[in-house]
Design a protein around this ligand. Structure first.
Ligand SMILES: Cc1cc2nc3c(=O)[nH]c(=O)nc-3n(C[C@H](O)[C@H](O)[C@H](O)COP(=O)(O)O)c2cc1C
Length: 193
């Protein structure tokens, strides 16, 4: 499989929060709703509760042109990404960075970045939906930079970044209609890209 041009309109949505129906999940729901209008189907993967270990840098994936040899729930993530044209990270900001739930997923994407990976993810479009408690917009700078550098390395096109601050309580984002609309439009606009 080479390139993403002919991929179906499928989005892998990774939910990074341990809180059900929290702020990042609420943003993701609006985004998915908008994306549905553009003909995209979403596979939502709640990472919390899945067993996903960290990369052990054995490079067996690179040597054997396969996904990771570790036998855990990352299989579900690989299977979804393999057939997606968009990947979305819906995540809370934890200590100015990714939560523990999401970080191993990034590291375990390593098989795709082997020079001879059998699945070419280089044309994927990527979306970041993040929520933070602080009111200072700068609090999300580290997460944003990490996302952008990772997308650059992966040769992923950034199809949207929405970094919402000042939402601490789990339902705080629900009253921010403008923000939910932005997430919705981001999903809806996928079709025009
Ligand atoms: C362990 C932990 C670390 C956090 N670190 C930060 C932080 O560094 N900056 C910040 O603004 N908010 C921080 N927060 C607050 C969350 O980012 C905020 O409540 C967010 O809206 C949670 O999203 P969720 O409802 O999707 O879980 C932290 C919360 C937790 C539980």
């Amino acid at each position: 499989m080479k390139g993403r041009e002919d991929m179906p309109r499928k989005i892998t949505v990774l939910l990074g929060s341990p809180r059900r129906n929290g702020n990042s999940e609420t943003l993701a729901a609006s985004f998915v709703e908008g994306a549905a209008k553009a003909g995209y189907k979403a596979q939502i993967i709640r990472v919390n509760g899945l067993k996903i270990g960290g990369c052990i840098d054995c490079r067996r994936c690179w040597a054997n042109k396969t996904h990771c040899f570790l036998n855990d729930d990352m299989k579900e993530v690989y299977a979804s990404i393999d057939e997606s044209s968009v990947i979305t990270f819906a995540t809370p900001l934890y200590f100015y960075s990714w939560p523990t739930q999401i970080k191993p997923v990034w590291d375990r994407l390593l098989p795709y970045f082997s020079p001879n990976s059998k699945v070419d993810v280089s044309g994927l479009r990527a979306v970041l939906l993040a929520t933070a408690g602080d009111n200072d917009d700068k609090c999300s700078d580290g997460l944003k930079k990490s996302f952008e550098l990772a997308c650059d390395y992966a040769k992923w096109q950034i199809a949207g970044e929405l970094l919402v601050t000042g939402v601490y309580e789990a339902t705080a984002v629900s009253s921010k209609e403008e923000v939910l609309k932005q997430a919705f439009e981001m999903g809806k606009n996928l079709k025009s890209e």
